[in-house]
Write a protein that binds this ligand. Structure first.
Ligand code: C2E
Ligand code: MG
Ligand code: MG
Ligand code: MG
Length: 306
């Protein structure tokens, strides 16, 4: 598979092959243990509506609570987990865990149990609303590795997990990267179509960093474009990247896609993004990714608004 080759080639290529192979094998075994002992956990970074400043959703990001090395970030383990295929099982965990978190977050933010059901009869339609209309329910954005979508059967597993969770699939956004689309466009189109038939939303992550063929944007069914933080971070001081982001947002709007800006760290970036009418944003300026408990607290406090 082209996918495997790419990943073996990338990363710390300077290291002697044998040393790397040994290190990867050790890591693979450790990941195996970690899966069994539930050492992985999900953290949640708020995503805000730039207009109004409310928290509208979260991105779920995986962490490894390592017994000796402390809290590890994806950079330390995702690449190997993708190569070994362990990411498939880890991805199921990520999905189940973050769907549970989403249910809890939605309950908190609507203040009244689950989101209101649509009326079943005309009578119900005529009846007054039982409670004041709350804003749209929160969504959860979940990163999915191309490796997880190799097997169409796994896509059904993902769909089944979402259906079984009781969460409205509309509020589930799967983040994919361009490499999925490039490696096997035909398969990718089928995979994305299947996911959408379950009612889930698709976001293209890290837009602008990879191959970024503009033709992908209308060739594949996608709902959201995530603008990579490399553009956002230079927005304030480099007029060129400001214009690039403005063009990306304009393009997305033309194609009926929503935009999320990643990695907002400074007030001038936030202001710039508001100016060009980017829809959503996330970044350390608002909040770092937080544990489930911290994220829940954040939602309860007035800080959930920026
Ligand atoms: P990503 O999906 O592009 O996620 C955004 C990354 O940017 C996260 O890094 C997040 O912590 C970081 N970030 C957010 N705001 C800021 C900011 O203002 N400044 C800076 N400098 N960084 C910010 P993280 O958590 O280390 O994750 C790295 C990558 O690992 C993710 O990039 C994603 O590709 C992958 N990943 C994370 N969780 C999962 C998962 O559950 N499954 C899969 N397949 N991949 C995952
Ligand atoms: Mg992401
Ligand atoms: Mg991203
Ligand atoms: Mg990124």
């Amino acid at each position: 598979q082209q996918f495997m080759l790419q990943n073996t080639e990338s990363g710390d290529a300077g290291q002697p092959l044998e040393k790397r192979a040994k290190r990867d094998l050790a890591l693979e075994k450790e990941i195996e243990t970690a899966i069994g002992e539930r050492q992985f956990e999900m953290h949640y970074q708020p995503i805000i509506a730039l207009r109004g400043g409310n928290t509208v959703g979260f991105e779920a990001l995986m962490r490894w609570r390592h017994p000796r090395r402390g809290l590890l970030y994806p950079a330390e383990f995702i690449e190997v987990a993708e190569r070994t295929g362990q990411i498939v099982e880890m991805g199921r965990f990520a999905l189940e865990e973050s769907l549970n978190a989403l249910k809890a977050f939605q309950m908190l933010s609507s203040g009244a149990g689950a989101s209101p059901r649509p009326p079943l009869t005309a009578l119900a339609e005529a009846a007054p609303e039982p409670r004041p209309r709350s804003r749209d329910p929160l969504f959860m954005s979940i990163n999915v590795s191309g490796r997880q979508l190799f097997e169409l059967q796994e896509i059904d597993t993902i769909g089944d997990l979402v259906m079984a969770s009781g969460v409205d699939p509309k509020q589930v956004k799967l983040e994919i990267t361009e490499s999925l689309l490039v490696d096997d466009p035909g398969h990718a189109a089928a995979a994305l179509q299947m996911l959408r038939e379950y009612g889930m939303k698709i976001a293209l992550d890290d837009f602008g960093t990879g191959y970024s063929s503009l033709s992908y944007l209308h060739q594949f069914p996608m709902d959201t474009l995530k603008i990579d933080q490399t553009f956002v971070s230079t927005m304030g001081r480099d007029p060129k990247s400001y214009r690039i982001v403005r063009a990306i947002v304009g393009l997305a709007q033309e194609l009926g896609m929503e935009t999320i800006a990643e990695g907002i760290e400074r007030n001038n970036q936030l202001a710039g993004l508001r100016e060009i009418e980017c829809d959503y944003g996330q970044g350390y300026l608002m909040s770092r990714p937080a544990s489930f408990r911290e994220a829940r607290k954040l939602l309860q406090s007035r800080q959930a608004r920026w």
